[in-house]
Design a protein around this ligand. Sequence first.
Ligand SMILES: [Zn+2]
Ligand SMILES: [Zn+2]
Length: 239
Amino acid sequence: MHRRFIHNSYQCPLWLEYLFVWLGTLVGMAGPLGMMRTHDTRDWAQRQPLCHDYFAHRQSFWRDGWWQIHCELALDQPPEFQPERRVAQSRFYQFIEATWMAQQLIAAALLYAIGGWNFVIWGVCARVAVCVTGHWLIGHFAHRAHGNPISQHWQVTDAGVQGYNVHFNGMLKPITAWITFGECWHNNHHAYPGSARLGLKKHELDLGWWVLQTLHRFGWVWNIKTPTNLPIRASLVQL
Ligand SMILES: [Zn+2]
Ligand SMILES: [Zn+2]
């Protein structure tokens, strides 16, 4: 959902895009348009020379968690949100947007049929709580590793906020890459937002990229953008 719907970093059949976006909605954070608006607003804010602490994850751990998970930034003059026509006019996206919370009922019904209430509690309630908290946690660390050379290969010189690759150097290394499907390589993502590949170095495990490569072999994914075929960015400096 992130790499296709939000960043257009590859092409795929519409049914596959709808499936990915529906699965992304099941994470439980917002509907498709809400996700796109939140993502684009934050992306835009982080690229300005000055950025509010809320968008920059600059506050302390607990305050940032409270703000990101439980609060909303209300702007007097919010930026205008204009999704591309094919998204704004899609009946499917309008329907999922209007019913995004109720979409959990489909997962709940399936899980109930398989394993009863235990499966529903773990497969819906616990999963949504873990995913929403985990999404914030990775986002928090992915913007705060200032000065750690392992976490930053690139600097976007005109942006007020830099992204950082999130490592977890425990026994199960690279655990953050496994649980985020490669989305933890956030320094790479800030450097190349339009890239379908997030793990750029050999050791940077990127399961999302593996999935795309497999689908490419089946002919379901094409026109894949990576740093090698994206336009050169003048404000990008390799460290
Ligand atoms: Zn970021
Ligand atoms: Zn992004």
